[in-house]
Each structure stands twice: as C-alpha cells, then as structure tokens.
Design a protein around this ligand. Structure first.
Ligand code: ADP
Ligand code: MG
Length: 213
C-alpha cells in the first residue's frame, strides 16, 4: 500500500507531462528519482503568521540536515577533499532553509497547494527539491530573475543586487539567496515550471539544488 502513496507524492517532482508543453526547465535539473535514501516533507499552506513559519523552517531545515548526516560515517577530515559531517550538515541546513523561505514567501497564497520538500542521497550527491505554487505574475518575475542570474557574471550580479537593494527598501528579499547557494556551496541549481491545472490555472515550480558532499 505504501508504494502508490509514495509514487503519488513523487509525481509532484518527477511527473513527465510534456504532451501539452506543460513543463519548462531551466538550469541543471535531474528528472529521475534516486533509488537510495530519500525523505519527503509536506507543509500545508496554512495562515499561520509568516514569522512563525520561518521559525519552524529553521527547525525543519535542521531536521533535514541532521537526518541526512546520519548516513555519513565521517566525522573528521580523512583527506582534505572530503567534507566533514558538520560541514555537510551546515550546508544542507542553510540550503533547505533558503529554499523553504522562498517557497513560503513566494507561493500563491490563494490556492490550497502544499509546499513539498524532497531530499535524496546517492553516493556523494545530495539533491534537495522544493515544490510550491506560484502566481502568473510570480512566474514572470521568477523567470526573468533566472535569466538574469544565468546570463551574468556572479560578481557583477552580486553588485547589481546590492545596488537594487539600496535603491528599493521595500524589497521582499535581497535577491542573493540563489547566488549564495551556488557560490558558497558550489551547488548546481535548476528549476522546473509546471502547469498543474487549467481553469482555474495552477502553476507550480520545483527548485532543485544538487550538492556534492
Ligand atoms: N519558490 C519560489 N517560488 C516562486 N518564486 C521564487 C521562488 N524562489 C525564488 N523566487 C523568485 O526568485 C527571486 C530570487 O530568489 P532569491 O535568490 O532567494 O532572493 P530573495 O529571496 O532574497 O528574493 C525571488 O525574488 C522570487 O521572485
Ligand atoms: Mg530567498
């Protein structure tokens, strides 16, 4: 009985429905689920104050990181190329927290669509996927952000974001979340936009981050 349920949840991340041109991928995105360790958490988009949700995010991100590191036996540097358990934990916790914050900040508040986080581990690759709803205008903003990030040199992009932040104090965020994930953790990142339903339209986006540990 467990298998259909798991398949159903995983469909959110891995469903291939290109018949109607319903999906669009940007960046580095892996579409096959891994067979090894995985963990999926769902968050209902309830009306709890955002601040409170963010405190909970910290807990969820720490839990995900802690859970993952139980699969790594290394506690100390055996050679300088491998990451220690605590380095993996802090990277995963930081990235999961950034992704959860984004999903909560930018999801479409008018639809009942859960935020789902999925974590996979295979040999030395960790992949974190997060799936959330997004409004039509949010999609446009997001795609143009992705284009700008992909077309820019990281240093120039960083400076441009700092300037934008200085000009506009009402910004939702710094616009530096993805850049930090890619630059500070040498992670690969990608996005998949999906039209889940028409009339009423429901669009979902999955952000995937791959970390080599
Ligand atoms: N999960 C998401 N759903 C919808 N839009 C998103 C999501 N994550 C990011 N975005 C869009 O991408 C932009 C950049 O995200 P990020 O680099 O984390 O910066 P910040 O969160 O500080 O705005 C956001 O401003 C938002 O427009
Ligand atoms: Mg962010």
């Amino acid at each position: 009985m467990m298998i259909p349920i798991i398949n159903n949840i995983l469909e959110r991340f891995f469903a291939k429905d290109d018949r109607l041109n319903n999906t669009q991928i940007f960046g580095y995105f892996v579409e096959e689920p891994l067979k090894d360790e995985h963990l999926t958490l769902g968050f209902s988009p309830s009306r709890i104050a955002l601040k409170k949700r963010w405190r909970n995010n910290g807990l969820s991100a720490d839990f995900i990181a802690e859970y993952l590191t139980t699969f790594f036996p290394r506690d100390t540097h055996e050679d300088s190329k491998t990451n220690t358990k605590s380095e993996i934990k802090s990277a995963v916790s930081y990235i999961a927290n950034e992704l959860l914050e984004n999903a909560i900040k930018y999801c479409d508040a008018n639809v009942e669509y859960p935020i789902t986080l999925h974590l996979e581990l295979q040999s030395n690759e960790v992949r974190i996927f997060i799936n959330n709803s997004v409004t039509a205008s949010g999609v446009e903003k997001f795609k143009s952000f992705i284009k700008e990030l992909s077309d820019s040199n990281p240093d120039e992009f960083y400076l441009r974001q700092l300037e934008k932040n200085a000009e506009d104090e009402n910004n939702d965020g710094s616009g530096l979340g993805f850049l930090t994930i890619v630059n500070d953790y040498c992670a690969k990142i990608g996005w998949k936009f999906q039209i889940v339903q028409h009339e009423p339209d429901l669009i979902a986006v999955t952000t995937m981050v791959q970390l080599t540990v």
